[in-house]
Design a protein around this ligand. Sequence first.
Ligand code: HEM
Length: 452
Amino acid sequence: MPLSTPPGPANFVRTMLTYQKAPLAFLTNVLDTYGDVASFRLATNRVVLLRHPHHIRRVLQQKSGTYDRSSMPYKMSRTLFGRGLATVEGGEEWRSMRRMMQPSFHYQRVASMAEHMQAVIRTRLERWDEMAAAGEVIDTAPEMRSLTLRVVARALFALEEGEICDRFATAIDTIDHELSAWMQFPLLPLSVPTAGHRRYWASRTIVEEIIDYVITQHLTDQVDRGDLLSLLIMTEDEETGARLTDEQLRDQVMIMLWAGHETGANVLTWTWYRLGAHPEVQQRVLREIDDELDGGEPTLADCSKLTYTRSVLDEVQRLYPQQWLASRRALQEDEIGGYRIPEGTDIFFSPYHAHRHPEFWDDPEEFRPDRFTTEEVAKRDRSAYLPFGSGPHLCIGNQFAMTEMLLVLASTLRRYRIELESQEPVAPRPLLTLGPEKPVRVRLVPRGRSAS
Ligand code: HEM
């Protein structure tokens, strides 16, 4: 008997409206109603939705050669961010980029970037010291965005704190803001000059001008600043001898900037939120930091000692995977979970739901960092957890990101405890990444003292 296509809701208009309004709730509802492989119509396409880790593994790893990123969401990403490593469809163009970029993320290179990270964190701590002393409340998400943007800008292209960096950060913030507003209600294309869209394009121009300026500076004086751009400029494709053109350099920098700052900022925000909501977990993290660090500024070498703190970050990323929904397009007909996947189908897969799949996780909504002890990880099917993706497109910046996040946490928690201003629960807001739907406001209480 021929295989059928996956089941799903028939009412297209209701689907569009509910997907637009509350995507996570919509996906949960579809998966709970129709099972691990479902489908629904979105605009002109019928998309297939997956949540079972083995089905996702088939698409991302086992048959990665027959699924690429020509799917609708990636088309939109290319319009917004250009043709960089994280957005091109796949094939030889992607392979050549990956070969050229991979060495920039080797451990030694991340080690030299860690020094840039420490410098930025040091400056930020001076600001937090003042806020803590004044008993001021910190709105975590924008604060973390500003921090990780400065870390990425410095590690990627040696942009130091100062006037240009401030202009850059303000422009990126405007873009983040306008893009989020547009993604929630994409009624008009960004090319239509509404006030918000004009702000978006003006800020894009500022960002592109600053990126062009730093590229020109790097090309002119040819000094290795220990940043990513210095290396990218020198890199040749070992197979073809090709180098990145100026335009490709700009696209790569642009995409790294987007892939690398908001994700880390959100994970750090959720971590502060969870540490504030689970004092017993925070206590264990504080103890580990006190026991493992020698009292000085945390370094790259210290990161490997902070095993429990790392588990906290892992558990945060299980509950709030930054790529909460992702996509591929089937280049050939396939079969998944007993259903026919016609050639040309857009596959949406949900790490958010895979990370809660009852076959792999007990009490999935509970926050339990001990799920990530070495023993627990060894017992679990590896495909159940994919905060950095899997297969050939596995996040190239994962070590960079983990190092950055551990350094931020260790540097902060060495000095302060985190107290939430309110114990009201905060739900995630699914946009390009998974941030909080309302402010996470915290007080940093100097260690050894309690809040007034
Ligand atoms: C917590 C932080 C981060 C998270 C959660 C994250 C997550 C991810 C995920 C899930 C993917 C796979 C995308 C796919 O399969 O379609 C990915 C790819 C990628 N990430 Fe990250 N990322 C983070 C930080 C970074 C940083 C810091 C950088 C660079 C500085 C970066 C650069 C990239 C690039 C270039 C790709 C595309 C790789 C390829 O297609 O070959 N990411 N990331």
